[in-house]
Design a protein around this ligand. Structure first.
Ligand SMILES: [Zn+2]
Length: 367
């Protein structure tokens, strides 16, 4: 189906030109307005791409409307980087859960009701993919705008600032909404709209449960490190994607540790020193701290060097990245479980270049 221009009675998608393994066809920017309303709400402006942002403005103004508010489902840059520019073009405020992404006085929190553009949007906190993820329910359309919490195709990942425990609670809450028919369609941040929310959410929940069962079984069989678990659980996975499998296993081990099913988080995992190792491999000072904040200066430097050092073929990168959404520098650092040189080797000899902007916006993401 065509994503650009798709939508519901009150919503239309303007597809951003940032396709990648992690962003699928690109970021979906959603424009919402009731018939007869003089204004519109824009959700997730997407990357800072002048052509895309002007298309969004045109889509609103060609119906005689103006942009009243800009809302963010979460702060990852493939959703938020264009917000400041769109605000400048339209004069509209930017509302987000994370104060760092707001422009104007108003935030956005679960339980809020946004009344604008002749519509009512109910804000639902849906942490998991990231700590600041939220979804927006448009009751009139029976539509739930999900950001990266549920995608139009495949499954999403738990970002570096997300949590599997939160994510499982979020999926259950969403499924309850779908089951009681409040939600009839999901409007994701990437990929086509989802017209069978209940079965899609059941699939997401089952997928997580299956993987957790496999990790528990691996622990019971004596595996002690993330690498050992990956070797067992993801044995059929292309070695090129192992780092991502390992990332996923770590999120699950964290989850089991917080439930008391394991003694500590990551025993014997050399990856604890990863940021330092990565910085060393890149030849830059490591100023990254644990937690969700990344020093902008160091992040920028690492990013620059990373672009130089990962000149892989696009299709190889695509394979490596497993069609998942990786938009956090810290997350990237965490998943590089071995020296960068080896990652480069995995990518093979380069012919062609992925491109600085593509790497920056799709792989490294938020500054
Ligand atoms: Zn995204």
């Amino acid at each position: 189906m065509t994503i650009d221009g798709s939508g519901t009675a009150l919503t239309t998608c303007v597809l951003a030109p940032n396709p990648s393994p992690m962003t699928l066809e690109g970021t979906n920017t959603w424009v919402i307005a009731a018939p007869g309303a003089s204004s519109a709400v824009v959700i997730d402006p997407g990357p800072e791409d002048e052509g895309h942002l002007r298309r969004v403005v045109d889509r609103v103004t060609e119906t005689g409307r103006r942009v009243a508010q800009i809302l963010l489902t979460h702060g990852h840059s493939d959703h938020s980087a264009g917000a400041r520019r769109l605000a400048a073009l339209t004069g509209a405020p930017v509302r987000a859960a994370d104060p760092a992404h707001r422009l104007g006085a108003d935030g956005l929190t679960g339980g809020d009701v946004v009344t604008a553009a002749g519509c009512e949007l109910r804000v639902i906190g849906t942490p998991g993919h990231s700590a600041d993820s939220l979804s927006l329910l448009l009751p009139e359309d029976g539509a739930l705008l999900t950001g990266d919490t549920v995608l139009g195709r495949g499954t999403t990942v738990i970002g570096g600032d997300g949590s599997l425990a939160d994510y499982l609670r979020t999926l259950d809450a969403m499924k309850a909404l779908a089951d009681n028919a409040s939600v009839r369609v999901l409007l994701p941040g990437h990929g086509p709209l989802v017209s069978d929310p209940s079965s899609t959410l059941a699939y997401y929940i089952d997928h997580r449960a299956e993987r957790l069962a496999e990790v528990r079984a691996a622990l019971a069989a004596g595996d002690r490190t993330a690498q050992e678990i990956v070797a067992r659980v993801y044995h059929d996975v292309d070695p090129a994607v192992r780092p991502f499998a390992e990332w996923s296993v770590r999120a699950q081990l964290d989850y089991l540790a917080t439930r008391g099913e394991r003694e500590s988080r990551l025993p014997g995992v050399p990856g604890q020193g990863l940021p330092g190792a990565l910085a060393q491999a890149l030849g830059v000072d490591d100023q990254h701290r644990p937690g969700r904040d990344v020093q902008p200066a160091a992040g920028g430097k690492v990013r620059e060097r990373l672009v130089d050092r990962l000149p892989g073929r696009p299709h190889q990168l695509r394979k490596l990245l497993l069609r998942q959404v990786v938009v956090h520098l810290k997350a990237l650092i965490r998943l590089l479980a071995e020296p960068l040189r080896q990652v480069e080797q995995r990518l093979g000899d380069s012919s062609g270049h992925v491109g600085k902007d593509e790497v920056r916006s799709h792989i490294v993401g938020a500054p």
